[in-house]
Design a protein around this ligand. Sequence first.
Ligand code: NI
Length: 128
Amino acid sequence: MSTSPSPAVRSPINLAGKLALIHEHWAPRVVAEMNDYQFKLVKFHGDFVWHTHEDTDETFIVIHGQLRIELRDGPVILNAGELFVVPKGVEHKPCADQEVQVMLIEPRGVLNTGDQGGERTATNDLWI
Ligand code: NI
């Protein structure tokens, strides 16, 4: 893990290989950037906290397992190969009854806990 991109910029990034390096839940790791956006891999298990990102949408792509994103008007269930964009300003809570592997796409600097902060806020810009 590092705080900067790999120098091997011309190599493909193997998502399964990167996911195998992640041993914590709720700890996103950056694998690539595109302009000001980051592609992050993360493993979820259990319930997160309700939160909102006032300034940005947030994309979830499920790679393995099933993710439930609770919204105030009902849940969105995502299976492997499915994608959902949480619009900015929409309160949400990711939940996973069993471990799920997810890619997040969001602008650099977005906090995982959004407006809520607190002990579940992950450190940003940690690359694998
Ligand atoms: Ni969020």
